[in-house]
Design a binder for this molecule. Sequence first.
Ligand SMILES: NC(=O)c1ccc[n+]([C@@H]2O[C@H](COP(=O)([O-])OP(=O)(O)OC[C@H]3O[C@@H](n4cnc5c(N)ncnc54)[C@H](OP(=O)(O)O)[C@@H]3O)[C@@H](O)[C@H]2O)c1
Length: 325
Amino acid sequence: MKIGIVGASGEVGRMMLLSLEEFNIPVSELRLFASIRSAGQRISYKDRLLLIDNLTEKAMKEKYDYLLFSVGSSVSYRFAPIAAEHGNTVIDNSSAFRRDSAIPLIVPEINGDLIRDYRGIIANPNCSTIQMVLPLAALDREFRLKKVIVSTYQSVSGSGHKGIAELESQEKGSKVNKVYPREIHRNVIPQIADFRSDGYTEEEEKMRFETNKILGRTDILISATTVRVPVCYGHSESVYAEFENEIDFQKAEECLRAMKSVVYLDKEYITPLELKQANNSYVSRLRYGVDRHSLTFWNVGDNVRLGAAVNAVRILVKMMEKANS
Ligand SMILES: NC(=O)c1ccc[n+]([C@@H]2O[C@H](COP(=O)([O-])OP(=O)(O)OC[C@H]3O[C@@H](n4cnc5c(N)ncnc54)[C@H](OP(=O)(O)O)[C@@H]3O)[C@@H](O)[C@H]2O)c1
């Protein structure tokens, strides 16, 4: 298969290369693209060193089996439609197309069937949404989800390479903050992305909108507070969820154990540092909320893997399965 990665030099792009290898994707040709800043550099893939090319419209008009985009939304917005118009399937990590009702927003374990026979642009959800919606989907099927209140503890790699660089330079004594609105070293910042007129941030609105879209609903009430913390990799979330049906606790545990890409820990909890190279959404500290219609839990996932590159590659795998069936 001929695959292209747009944004190959970034945090997510590099993880996409690794994920293609880890998921044994049969790649016959791999093209890498980034901006003029990284064009000419080489990145290793298996035992080879691959050249990064400057992203151009001409390159997007070539034929690929799949194009994986991991660039900012303005770059996706400009280049992904060109690729799609030329018959390519694009799996896009940015927020450019997620709200477009004609474009599927996919977590393969939940709504992967929507991309049966689909060609064109597919949107990969926001990282903090993917890890939360996986356990919620399992519980929703059994108990019907009504309301979610979530607070996140999001790592600096969620802002890409520049987020890690800012934390590391502040750890060495720098007082400069360009990426974050306040110093992130030894601090927590209750703002991810810009504020909207309703007081929520764009990141918080993504969690509300995208969770509903992935679950095929519009009526789930969601209030998120998204917080940046001085952690390099891995997002954590404290989730409180209310359901229409009364919850049998053991049944809830069974649902979580049975859900693909969810690991339910009933005896211990996990922290971002312990994630290692995990591709799952970890649920621990499960307990009833305020009554028998609510649950609360601690949720941890690797934002660059599960929250971006791995979900994108799982979408690709799902499409390959469909093409071969
Ligand atoms: N990091 C996460 O946890 C995460 C999770 C979910 C979704 N996402 C989304 O994934 C996308 C990439 O994020 P990231 O964390 O990988 O960011 P990053 O580390 O900053 O990487 C950005 C990539 O985009 C490339 N790029 C920037 N401007 C470009 C241009 N004009 N033309 C072509 N390439 C350009 C960069 O190339 P150069 O090296 O040439 O600058 C780099 O390869 C973003 O939309 C982000 O919101 C990220």
